[in-house]
Design a protein around this ligand. Structure first.
Ligand SMILES: C[S@@+](CC[C@H](N)C(=O)[O-])C[C@H]1O[C@@H](n2cnc3c(N)ncnc32)[C@H](O)[C@@H]1O
Length: 273
């Protein structure tokens, strides 16, 4: 395993999946956990289920982590098994505590999956490909497709690099920080977000994805969630109609999926085999 992957594995084993109280992992600090945002986040989590085969023998969760949010469990509720593959042993132990004998747990690298072709009825991979060195992103997509059965779908979620909608908000966030007396120093480093994620992250653009996968893969880009936690913490305030604002955003995402899928923070990429 190369240095980058080793570093990512150590991060998740020792920090990312350590418990920090109230049933939360350290990793949850990158999420907006406030009650005002709960409904929007729940509905976004549930979007994944729409595109997966509703039932089957085995669902592959590639880079499963501990299957940390309750909605995640619903994706495999009508499957016989959920196979969690992750390079972090801590992640898999935690996943086992949730799934019990409905789960299978394999230490594996998503760019080199140790499975035969066409064995899974569904594949999901959330927030994981971005932890790979750029040279392996394409290969990871192809691995997910290789192990998927014909006529089935894979769902991939990853953050975009520097998405226009979030980029437009950055000057206001920086101004807000200044006015609030906080340092404005945190200019976002969009390509290598080590400061945010705590470990190696390499995000890509819709243009890159289309160029890399076109001709070889049939896929569509939908919004998973347009708003980043950073944006939400600044602009979604319970006292200023935050919940209604998020309902409007969700409605807009449903109405204009292509626009929000490509310009918001997190796309939901549906791959059809
Ligand atoms: C940001 S967490 C996401 C976990 C989960 N999918 C979720 O959405 O909550 C990324 C996970 O991917 C795993 N991971 C990172 N690189 C990987 C690789 N090359 N192969 C398999 N898993 C990997 C990490 O160990 C970690 O558990």
């Amino acid at each position: 395993m190369n240095n980058t992957k080793q570093q990512v594995r150590e991060f998740y084993d020792e920090i990312g999946w350590s418990h920090v109280g109230e049933g939360l992992y350290q990793n949850a600090r990158y999420e907006d956990l406030r009650p005002v945002s709960r409904e929007y986040i729940h509905k976004c989590h549930m979007r994944v289920k729409r595109y997966l085969a509703p039932q089957g023998n085995i669902l592959l969760d590639a880079g499963s982590g501990p299957v940390q949010w309750p909605e995640y469990l619903t994706y495999s509720e009508n499957y016989r098994y959920r196979l969690c593959a992750d390079i972090s042993i801590t992640a898999l132990k935690e996943a086992r505590s949730r799934l019990g004998d409905r789960g299978m747990f394999v230490v594996a690298d998503i760019a080199n999956l140790p499975f035969k072709p066409e064995v899974f009825d569904g594949v999901v991979s959330m927030h994981t490909i971005h932890h790979l060195p750029l040279s392996e992103h394409r290969r990871a997509y192809f691995e997910l497709i290789r192990v998927l059965k014909a006529d089935k779908t894979a769902v991939v979620i990853n953050g975009w690099h520097n998405p226009p909608l979030m980029r437009m908000a950055e000057p206001f966030i920086r101004l807000g920080r200044l006015l609030a007396g906080r340092s404005a120093k945190k200019k976002k480093n969009w390509s290598l977000e080590e400061d945010q994620a705590g470990t190696f992250v390499k995000k890509m653009t819709p243009r890159w994805l289309k160029k890399e996968l076109k001709d070889a893969v049939t896929f569509k880009i939908y919004p998973w969630r347009s708003l980043s936690p950073r944006f939400m913490r600044w602009f979604v305030r319970p006292q200023f109609g935050g919940k209604a604002y998020l309902r409007l955003i969700f409605w807009l995402e449903e109405r204009f999926p292509r626009f929000f899928g490509e310009n918001g923070q997190y796309p939901l990429i549906v791959i059809k085999k």
